[in-house]
Design a protein around this ligand. Structure first.
Ligand code: SF4
Length: 324
């Protein structure tokens, strides 16, 4: 199913390669192909789940899309405007539109600042409110994310993990962004707290027509919140479709393997059991042809030499595999 909502961010053929340097002279001896030609769109009021094992490049892809790390090449359009090539000053208005929530609420908050100052800092930096307005806005944000405004004067260590992530969400909301990138935003939390934080994010999305790029290593976590899911393997997207198609009609062997690890609530539903051997290969020297051929149970000779393009096999359902 293809959504009719307008795109908030359109990323095309995004690449981020990091040089590998060695020796006294720090000569470049290779490249880490962290993100190697990734294309996706996040639409207004919708969530794209970006999923893959650790080391697949999903975090770098999220940060490069926001230009928090400088992409090597590609195109990034925010509400139709190209932001690649913009200077820091030109990028400033777009920074307000795109905010990030980090994985670890224990290290992403400055321990020397009060929670109120942390949430109000973006308003201060962008000069959008005087002290009194800031206080009022921060108080309202605290209430909205389920914290007591009286807790504004507390320090991060005085909050639980779930409460700290609520502070991170309030901070991300402060400037009224259109897009929030969540980089494993619930991975460090207990399962019961994960559900509360995901429900809060979904409520905020419905209220404010927010768009999320939700990055996770766990398909089960993104299922509930995502409208679409992109599965990444070694710097590339291997399958990209609406959430229902991914869960009921996955076409890529890697997606099948990730799904095999997701518990099924109905025992009558049988999933293919694919257990992946080994770790993700190094992005410094990715396997030739299809990057997945070293772990794929269906690999044929062609897979070792020819890289499969990401093809649309049904409306809105894209797969990168020679056998599909
Ligand atoms: Fe497996 Fe070949 Fe398909 Fe790659 S192209 S996923 S190796 S069958």
């Amino acid at each position: 199913m293809v959504s009719a909502n307008p795109p908030v961010i359109e990323v095309k053929d995004l690449k981020k390669h990091f040089p590998v340097k060695k020796g006294l002279l720090r000569r470049t001896v290779g490249q880490v192909y962290a993100v190697d030609g990734v294309t996706f769109t996040v639409r207004a009021g919708e969530t794209l789940g970006l999923v893959g094992e650790s080391g697949c490049g999903k975090t770098t892809a999220g940060r490069a899309a926001m230009r928090l790390v400088e992409p090597t090449s590609g195109s990034i359009k925010v509400e139709g405007k190209e932001i690649m090539g913009l200077s820091k000053a030109e990028l400033r208005p777009y920074r307000r539109e795109m905010q990030i929530i980090f994985q670890d609420p224990f290290s992403s908050l400055n321990p020397r600042m009060t929670a109120g100052d942390i949430v109000g800092e973006p308003l201060l930096v962008h000069g959008v409110a005087n002290a009194k307005e800031r206080q009022e806005q921060v108080s309202a944000l605290f209430a909205r994310v389920g914290l007591r405004p009286a807790q504004m004067k507390n320090y991060p260590h005085q909050f639980s993990g779930g409460q700290r992530q609520r502070i991170g969400i309030a901070r991300a909301l402060a400037l009224g962004p259109k897009l929030i990138v969540g980089d494993e935003p619930v991975s460090a939390l207990d399962v019961s707290i994960q559900a509360q934080v995901i429900n809060l994010l979904m409520e905020l999305q419905a209220e404010r027509r927010l768009s999320y790029l939700f990055i996770s290593h766990n398909l089960a976590v993104v299922e509930h919140i995502s409208h679409q899911i992109a599965v990444m393997y070694l710097g590339r997207i291997v399958e990209y479709a609406d959430t229902r198609s991914i869960f009921t009609n996955a076409q890529h062997p890697y997606t099948e393997a990730l799904l095999a690890a997701v518990p099924v609530p109905d025992p009558a539903i049988k999933r293919k059991k694919i257990v992946l051997q080994g770790d993700v290969p190094s992005p410094v020297k990715p396997p030739s042809g299809c990057h997945f051929h070293t772990r794929c149970p269906y690999a044929v000779d062609r897979c070792k030499v020819e890289s499969p393009p990401l093809r649309e096999i049904a409306p809105g359902h894209h797969v990168s595999c020679h056998l599909r």
